[in-house]
Design a protein around this ligand. Structure first.
Ligand code: ADP
Ligand code: MG
Ligand code: MG
Length: 254
């Protein structure tokens, strides 16, 4: 589904990604772990197409649910989303003056339009939104409020997972979705990710500094990202080694 080859990227002339190679197949959850400043968020931003991140070498190929292979780096951010890519961020934005329901329906219908599909009616959309909000134990009242305004950290993350459920992406790239969550919210968000994304035709790139989210969303593969590239890959045991011994020790053994 996703093939990243020898990716080099820079911000303001500063090289951050430095030959990153990674392949993700449908049905897989990959955890990307790494020390602060390693380039984890940069990878998420580059995949999403955020302005200011310049790819200087390498390639990213993405195959969405339509079975077409695309050069991801050639697409605008909204085209990437319509092709089936979802990005979740550490700090979800607040949008005063726009209700969650309006925002989500607009986002979904613009993606459907891009794919040549009919828009959902208000009624159809509400039914879908209710179902996904229920999955994340997010009160319907929250969906009527302005996007993320006054939401707690945990509510923002659950809201973002509702958004993911509604957009129904093929590939989710989740950057530190677990940061700032208490134990209860962590469980709800973890179970939400499983319910929405743990399917044979979907894949997840779970970027996280800690093992704890992986207790709920069990990864098939774990990678250590350091100095802008994947320096070590393994199974779930790698995350436990990191938790126990720290990045320095595990990376020295690499
Ligand atoms: P991580 O998410 O792994 O903690 P980041 O991708 O956020 O790492 O950052 C990687 C490196 O890029 C860090 O050294 C950081 O200081 C640098 N960096 C991030 N954003 C910018 C920016 N806008 N301008 C210059 N350097 C940046
Ligand atoms: Mg960071
Ligand atoms: Mg980061």
């Amino acid at each position: 589904m996703l093939k990243i080859e020898n990716l080099h990227a820079e911000i303001d002339g500063k090289q951050i990604l430095n030959g990153l190679t990674l392949e993700v197949n449908a049905g897989e959850v990959h955890a990307i772990m790494g020390p602060n400043g390693a380039g984890k968020s940069t990878l998420a931003y580059v995949l999403g197409g955020r302005p200011g991140y310049e790819v200087t070498e390498g390639s990213v190929t993405f195959m969405g649910p339509d079975g077409k292979e695309r050069d991801l780096l050639d697409l605008d951010p909204h085209e990437r989303a319509a092709a089936g890519l979802f990005l979740g961020f550490q700090y979800p934005v607040e949008i005063p003056g726009v209700s969650n329901v309006q925002f989500l329906r607009e986002a979904l219908n613009s993606q459907r339009k891009e794919r040549g599909e009919e828009p959902l009616s208000g009624g159809e959309f509400l039914k879908l939104a209710k179902e996904k909000a229920g999955l994340l134990k997010l009160d319907m009242d929250m969906l009527k409020r302005n996007v993320n305004v006054g939401f707690s950290g945990g509510e923002k993350k659950r809201n973002e997972m509702v958004q993911m459920g509604i957009l129904d992406p093929a590939l989710a790239v989740l950057d530190e979705t677990d940061s700032g969550l208490d134990i209860d919210a962590l469980k709800v968000v973890g179970e939400g990710i499983n319910a929405i994304m743990r399917k044979p035709e979907k894949a997840v790139l779970l970027i996280t500094h800690y093992q704890r989210l992986l207790d709920y969303v069990a990864p098939d593969h774990v990678h250590i990202l350091a100095m802008g590239r994947i320096v070590k890959s393994g199974g779930p045991e790698l995350a436990h080694q990191l938790e126990e011994h720290g990045y320095d020790v595990v990376m020295e053994a690499a």
